[in-house]
Design a protein around this ligand. Structure first.
Ligand code: MG
Length: 364
């Protein structure tokens, strides 16, 4: 089975509630969907969101990279040469991690289809299901409490609470969220780079004094401030998870080997796809650290790919794959199934995606 071409589309899905972090506000998922074509009629699916404030990728840059730079390097190549194909993707251009991730997903989807096996099994997977947290967008304490209560009603048992925009409100936000939740709700906090190192230590100390237990705190300081991240990790009583500071396996090695964070958040849009994510898993294993599997504002194509990886790797112990759970509808046929916080995967070849409804052709 050989790769013969690609189609790119736009997939737009309105969100249940606007997604707000210290970096941005978004009210709909609007992603590029990739269909990688073969000479035997099999189609591989991939998806990439335009997360300009984190990866630098935009809708036209994603579509342009896929059709103009990445896929031309794959034409005529054998689907079964998955390692060679991923190397060709990574060598096609620098940066552009989101379009590379979308194409690698489609390559792994085709690889699974060619071998007749679900991707998570081909990656060595043994888990049966995953349980994701739900993100609570940063807002007024009252609004965040309402959103948290609604999440609890929907069955979520772990919340990722966005903080860091106007840090003076962060304690009140967490107190309001905690008060709105059942006692056994697990709380994670994500400051999205919104604190200085000194501010982070002060706020985390106050959170502790208030009797609020956090399971972890994610990316407290600026992505580039690895020394500051290390000071927070050394001084805080809460485990620290590096997100925006870790794109590549080199970033993961530097952060974990110097104790700058306790864990890393793997997102396919940062790693440039599954091949880089697998290398970060191996690095985390060598440092006896664990990983979170995260996502950007992704629909159920990209989240399904991430779920396959998370299902396969024991080193991935925290799941933040709530993109589809934030959406009003799911146009993806097949793929990961969501029942409240529980995610299961179909026993179908590759990603197990059968199609996507309502796609609009999109080329630049
Ligand atoms: Mg984060």
């Amino acid at each position: 089975m050989k790769i013969t071409g690609v189609n790119t589309y736009l997939m737009r899905i309105p969100l249940i509630t606007p997604f707000k972090t210290a970096l941005r506000t978004v009210d709909a998922i609007e992603d590029v969907v990739v269909e990688l074509l073969t000479d035997e009629g099999a189609v591989g699916y991939g998806e990439a969101p335009p997360t300009a404030v984190i990866t630098g990728d935009t809708l036209p840059s994603i579509a342009g990279a896929v059709t103009g730079f990445i896929v031309p390097k794959l034409l005529g190549r054998q689907v079964l040469d998955i390692e060679g194909n991923c190397q060709a993707v990574q060598a096609s251009m620098v940066h552009n991690t989101s379009p590379k991730a979308a194409v690698e997903m489609a390559l792994y989807d085709l690889y699974g289809k060619a071998l007749g096996a679900p991707l998570y099994r081909l990656l060595g997977g043994a888990k049966q299901s995953l349980m994701t947290n739900l993100t609570i967008s940063v807002d007024t304490p009252d609004k965040m409490a309402q959103d948290a209560a609604e999440a609890a009603r929907r069955g979520f048992r772990v919340l990722k609470v966005k903080l860091g925009s106007d840090p003076s409100q962060d304690i009140a936000r967490l107190k309001a969220v905690q008060a709105a939740c059942p006692k056994d709700m697990v709380l994670r906090a994500d400051a999205n780079q919104g604190w200085t190192p000194r501010e982070a230590l002060r706020i985390l100390g106050r959170i502790r004094e208030e009797g609020i237990e956090l399971e972890l705190v994610e990316q407290p300081v600026k992505a580039w401030d690895v020394d500051g991240l290390r000071r927070v990790t050394a001084g805080a009583s809460v485990p620290v998870l590096a997100d925006e500071s870790v794109f590549t396996e080199q970033d993961a090695a530097r952060i974990l080997s110097t104790g700058a964070a306790d864990m890393v958040n793997i997102k396919l849009m940062k790693t440039g796809g599954l091949s880089g994510a697998l290398r970060i898993c191996a690095i985390a294993e060598t440092h006896r650290a664990s990983c979170m599997m995260g996502c950007m504002l992704e629909g159920n194509v990209a989240v399904t790919a991430a779920a396959h990886l998370a299902m396969a790797k024991d080193v991935i112990r925290k799941i933040d794959l709530d993109g589809p759970a934030l959406c009003r509808e799911n146009p993806v046929l097949g793929g990961a199934a969501f029942d409240g916080p529980n995610i299961t995967l179909p026993e179908k070849p590759g990603l197990g995606i059968e199609g996507v409804e309502g796609l609009v052709p999109y080329r630049v």
